[in-house]
Design a protein around this ligand. Structure first.
Ligand code: SF4
Length: 342
């Protein structure tokens, strides 16, 4: 198990050594998800929310790709499209080289087995009428993987893998703590032997001490089962602790992406700089230069022209309110969408 520091999310920036044989597991090309909302019963006006707006991103087999951004930036919608819980408005998603946006029937069911979700809220993501054993074993039945005694043995094995006991299989969700409920959610995701797990804010509802335990559990399981993670969080500290590469999202677009170490040591985009300035450093003597972010994230109903970050950016220039910057490679493997970085 790769045990990363529990005290600091950012003190060990050495990225897990990438597999030289690594290959692309997921390819997302110009992905868009627009939601059309009506103006109300007596209005003909329709508003369009561009939750994801022309996003291209790859996930390498065996890595953890972190996706970070403020609430409402589109990161959860991206995860839902990738698992086919949401249909893209436009764009391509390839999984293991196969286009998955058109899958139906048995093919879709088989695909869903390969991609599992860990949800943000362990309180509401578990059926309160099912005991832990039934929750963890449910997918084994749905996918005809194991039944009867074999299923029971497999459930016990999974419970133990996530730090729970056989005795706890008969208990109901309300009898567990928040961290234990998230462990049940992780065991449920593991039950069908997926190759990609989308973890959507998996620790944000938990106490800080429990967060570290769950993050270390996820790291250990990744090494043991050769899993690939898409790790979604609003907290760059948590994402930095977990990820090999990081994509920073703002209003439906990736504004910067690169390896974890590069992002923390040499951020190119002012939004990333502001997120970094908000990451706590466990050293009382450390004086950090803060990059103030003015205002809230703009409404996705009416995003600003040009660079969508310009109303909040301390470095904005005249061009920024007129021309949308392209996501370009600034250094090897380091992409940013900012006029400053050209
Ligand atoms: Fe700031 Fe301009 Fe860069 Fe946007 S393009 S992040 S407004 S400097």
């Amino acid at each position: 198990m790769t045990e990363r520091s529990q005290n600091s999310y950012t003190d060990a920036l050495e990225t897990r050594s990438p597999d030289p044989e690594s290959s692309t597991l997921v390819e997302m090309v110009n992905l868009k998800k627009y939601f059309h909302l009506s103006g109300g019963l007596f209005s003909r006006r329709q508003a369009t929310v561009k939750a994801v707006d022309g996003l291209s991103l790859n996930i390498i087999k065996g890595e953890t790709l972190g996706l970070v951004g403020e609430s409402g930036c589109g990161k959860t919608t991206l995860g839902r499209m990738l698992s086919r819980l949401e249909e893209p408005t436009e764009g391509i998603i390839r999984y293991g080289g196969e286009e998955i946006t058109a899958l139906t029937g048995e093919n879709l069911k088989n695909f869903r087995k390969r991609v599992q979700f860990i949800f943000q809220d362990p309180y509401s993501s578990l059926n309160p009428r099912m005991n832990a054993g039934a929750i963890v074993g449910e997918s084994l039945g749905i996918h005809n993987i194991a039944g009867g005694k074999e299923r029971r043995m497999r459930v016990i094995e999974l419970m133990e893998k996530v730090g729970l006991t056989e005795e706890q299989t008969g208990r109901y969700p309300h009898e567990f703590s928040g961290g234990q409920r998230q462990r049940i959610g992780i065991a449920r995701a593991l039950s069908v032997s997926p190759d990609l797990i989308i973890a959507d804010e998996p620790v944000s509802a938990l106490d800080v001490s429990i967060q570290a335990q769950i993050l270390n559990l996820l790291s250990g399981l990744q090494d043991e089962f050769n899993l690939t993670y898409l790790f979604i969080s609003h907290d760059l500290g948590v994402v930095g602790h977990m990820s090999d590469r990081i994509g920073v999202m703002y209003l439906g677009k990736i504004v910067e992406s690169c390896g974890r170490k590069k992002l923390f040591q040499n951020p190119c985009h002012p939004y990333t700089m502001a997120l970094l300035a908000a990451v706590p450093v466990p050293d009382p003597g450390h004086k950090k230069k803060r990059l103030a972010l003015g205002g809230d994230i703009p409404s996705p109903f009416d995003p600003p022209a040009g660079c969508s970050f310009h109303p909040r950016c301390p470095f904005r220039m005249a061009i920024c309110s007129e021309v949308q910057p392209e996501l370009k490679q600034r250094y090897q493997g380091h992409f940013a969408a900012c006029h400053l970085a050209t």
